[in-house]
Design a protein around this ligand. Sequence first.
Ligand SMILES: Cc1cc2nc3c(=O)[nH]c(=O)nc-3n(C[C@H](O)[C@H](O)[C@H](O)COP(=O)(O)OP(=O)(O)OC[C@H]3O[C@@H](n4cnc5c(N)ncnc54)[C@H](O)[C@@H]3O)c2cc1C
Length: 503
Amino acid sequence: MRGSGAEKNSADIIVVGGGGAALAAAGEAARLGARVILVEKNRLLGGSTGLAVGLMMAAGTRIQRQAGIADTPRHYDAELTRIASDQGIAGNAELRWLLARNAGDTVDFLESIGVDFIGPFEQPPFKVKRYHQALLDGRAYVHYLHRHCNALGVEIRLRTHAKRLLLTGARVTGVEVVWPHGNVAQLTARAGVILATGDFSANHELRARFVGQDPHAVGAYNPTASGDGHLMALEIGAAIAPQPDLGPKIGTIAFARIAGTHSLFDLLPYSVLTPMMKFGSRILPQPWLRPFIIRAALADLPIESAFYEEGAILINRNGERFADERHVSCNDVAEQPEGQAFIAFDQRVATLFSSWPRFVSAAPGVVYAYVDDFRRARRDLYITADSVRSLAARLDVPGSRLERTIASRSASSAPLAQPPYYALGPLSAKVRHIPIGVTVNSRLQVLRPSGEAIAGLFAAGDVGQGGFAGPTHGQSLAWAMTSGRLAGRYATEELGAQDARRP
Ligand SMILES: Cc1cc2nc3c(=O)[nH]c(=O)nc-3n(C[C@H](O)[C@H](O)[C@H](O)COP(=O)(O)OP(=O)(O)OC[C@H]3O[C@@H](n4cnc5c(N)ncnc54)[C@H](O)[C@@H]3O)c2cc1C
């Protein structure tokens, strides 16, 4: 720890946030010689990065080459552009290329600091295998980036809440923060401030303002994703690129995450467990890893509509159906008692969805989950009973109501009449991630509505997504850590060659 007072509270670069983008930015700036303070409002680092499944899409990686996959950033960019346009996403070509060009290097870098990946897997509609899965999930990025930052001397201050940006003239020169015990302090930055505060999925005002048709009843996976960086940047004149067409699409209906520990994952250090798993994946590929991946991934995967078409129904805690399952919306689920639903079905449906090509849920190319996978990997989501009455008792829903619900379904072309009976759940609706950030240029400088850069202010990750929108899963983490590293690099360049070197 250096001196005291003003000196203690000044650095070359202040990074606001403690997720993937912030840690990548801080580590890169420190590696290039900058003195960095990182402030994180929560008690722990991680943010949404620590909750993520951990899939990253990248082209031209060492892992791809080792697997004999020929791929280039140009090819990836062309596919991204085509798929985004097919999905009606305008996006930002400059930022898309920035991601395509640098994401491969990010995966190589993450590997070099200890992250173990499996894959690459395919992700339709992409034609090339570019999906890299960190073992076991997004916490691996936080763990290894944190270790990397510590080794490079980044000063990490937890429970330190950034409240507003400080200006000297038109230049951002620091951040006002509130310490854990409520004292206010000003941190000054010689070269610049990097905002890496994540998204605003937990902020209904920002959702209503920038998303349009906000599914109001639907909460956020990450309840601390309050859009602070967006608000701080807006306050000093930054622009935000809205995506009004996103609307109700921002939510997902998914199973609960595993409560409590991740068993082995929490008992053994990463440096022991993940190489063991990686080795295991080489000698016993899918079967060995399957339960682990399913445990990590099930909370994030959509339910196949075929499961409903063949007879499975959605019920609430009153034992009633509440929507046409094929068109159920996040709001439909969020408005049910306790905001929860269960999928109910009988042995006929369970048998149908016990093997390829009928699966309950999937991350295509990575993992396909059948009914029995829930019994093996997620017992907390799997309920079975010999009769509808006893299923109701186990679910704690009114027995006569559930009997009526199942009986009325049994009059249809997809009857639920064959015991034993099953339920999977609870399911709830949550907003995982909102890809709307302040506008940035390709040097990750934050822009005013006029397009002019705000001196001294950079943004990375979700808050710095302005204009870039990845059309599929896997681009958000890639963007977070790629834009973070680049922002750290560009902010350090502001110091000038001489200042950027530590004595
Ligand atoms: C359940 C889930 C699964 C996902 N799975 C995937 C996946 O597999 N692949 C993928 O590409 N994407 C995935 N995503 C999206 C991805 O996780 C995010 O896009 C990415 O992690 C964003 O990184 P970030 O660093 O920008 O933000 P975060 O990781 O959210 O970090 C922001 C940090 O800033 C801190 N902060 C905020 N405000 C302040 C303040 N005022 N002062 C100090 N600190 C502050 C927060 O506490 C937080 O720690 C998933 C998201 C969720 C929720």
